[in-house]
Design a protein around this ligand. Structure first.
Ligand SMILES: [Zn+2]
Length: 435
């Protein structure tokens, strides 16, 4: 069975950054069969679905290299007065001791995925996203969460066993496995040795780690490890192109250079980084030095939204606040083709080319393909009205395809949950009991 999008503009993000002003895309099963300019000659085949893309622009499905889903629930329950470790401890304990929190977390995960899809994201990477991603048919990288500081140890202490279990759960079609180390202050020496051992026989297994997000983090690392953060990763043989360093806001110039040379991927979350520290790294400098960098949203507990185009806009405005130093195209690459290279998924996704998986986002008719500022228009004003993942159309003309799930239901559940939490007198009591 084929799906054909005809009369459509296409931003391919292939190696020539080709733009097709009017053409068609043929999708067969989960793959792209043709990306062509010109008119589609209709053949009389009832098995094919022909969709008129008049006025729309097809772009590669956006890739969010760092997201949290269900964790977004907790700011509604937990006052921000707690330290990060205490906060993580309480969230784990809430889930363990009050089963209804697992249900809450699912409602919020569904809502987060809906927001992601509606803004054109087709691939997400995050510690515990696989259940929701699988349910919704979103491409994902997910896996084991590792946090084993004194307080957090009892929730996470079986990395090896968990990997075996998780390997079975990850769908081959859409998913791939990774290890998510929360951050260096929340992991001990034994655990990092254990991960190092696992990596010996799984060299390409990706490692994601929040890295030097805050000054406090840097101070805690110094206190516990008595070593520089990069030395810790180097000694564990985790300082290479399969490691993704999230944030990196407190790296020194020399450390940044070391990271660039190592091939590690830097994941910047502009809104979060600006909220936390009022700065983001100089993305242009990283790119010019052949470093790897992607843009992501982070979760709703810290970030402003799960809309990657908005994150791109934030990065663009930040870099060009005095004069234009970074082009919108450069930034658009960091949520499409460059993000796919950094995640080692570029054979499958990141551009609209023959034989790649059909992960496509469709911009509505607000953007003019002939504009001189096309990429700037897209990150400033682009609105997504359709999404296809792995050859399956999930949203078209702003409507979630009904058979898959009900958008209204998800929003309704989310709203009533928030109302319930806000009017609940018991949250504080529960927390007091848990402490
Ligand atoms: Zn994060």
């Amino acid at each position: 069975m084929k799906t054909i999008f005809k009369n459509i503009s296409i931003i391919t993000q292939d190696k020539n950054s080709a733009i097709i002003k009017r053409g068609f895309i043929v999708v067969e099963n989960e793959k792209i069969l043709k990306v062509c300019s010109g008119k589609f000659k209709v053949k009389n085949n009832k098995n094919n679905t022909i969709i008129n893309g008049q006025g729309k622009i097809a772009i590669p499905g956006l890739i969010n290299s760092h997201i949290h889903l269900g964790e977004s629930a907790f700011p509604f329950f937990l006052p921000l007065k707690y330290s990060l470790e205490k906060y993580l401890y309480l969230t784990e304990k809430l889930i363990k001791d009050h089963p209804e929190f697992e249900t809450y977390r699912n409602v919020i995960s569904d809502y987060s995925i809906l927001l992601s899809l509606k803004s054109g994201t087709t691939t997400i990477a995050g510690g515990r996203v696989h259940d929701s991603a699988q349910k919704w048919g979103v491409r994902y990288i997910s896996g084991i969460m590792v946090m084993n500081s004194d307080k957090l140890r009892k929730f996470y202490n079986k990395t090896d066993e968990d990997i075996k279990k998780m390997k079975k759960e990850i769908s081959m079609d859409l998913g791939s496995l990774a290890i998510f180390i929360h951050s260096l202050p929340f992991i001990d020496k034994n655990k990092i040795n254990e991960i190092s051992k696992i990596k010996k026989t799984n060299k390409t297994l990706p490692i994601f780690i929040h890295f030097l997000e805050t000054k406090k983090e840097r101070d805690s690392i110094k206190k516990y490890w008595h070593k520089s953060p990069i030395k810790i990763l180097k000694e564990a043989k985790l300082f290479n192109k399969y490691t993704h360093l999230i944030h990196c806001n407190w790296v020194t110039k020399k450390e940044l250079q070391n990271i660039i040379e190592s091939g590690c991927n830097i994941i910047q979350c502009p809104s979060t980084n600006i909220i936390v520290d009022n700065k983001i790294l100089d993305l242009k400098e990283i790119i010019e030095n052949n470093g790897r960098v992607s843009i992501a949203t982070d979760g709703l507990s810290t970030g402003k939204s799960l809309n990657l185009l908005k994150e791109a806009k934030t990065a663009y405005e930040y870099h060009n606040r005095k004069k234009e130093t970074m082009s919108a195209k450069n930034i658009f690459d960091l949520i499409t083709i460059e993000a796919s290279k950094n995640l080692k998924l570029n054979k499958k996704i990141g551009s609209l080319e023959v034989n790649k998986k059909a992960d496509i986002a469709f911009l509505d008719n607000k953007i003019n393909i002939n504009s001189y500022n096309l990429y700037k228009d897209i990150i400033n004003n682009g609105r997504i009205s359709g999404v296809m993942i792995n050859g399956k159309l999930i949203i078209w003309n702003n409507k979630v395809i009904k058979k898959l799930f009900s958008e209204q239901n998800i929003k309704k559940k989310f709203k009533s949950l928030i109302r319930k939490i806000k009017s609940s007198p018991t949250t504080e009591e529960r927390l007091n009991k848990l402490k």
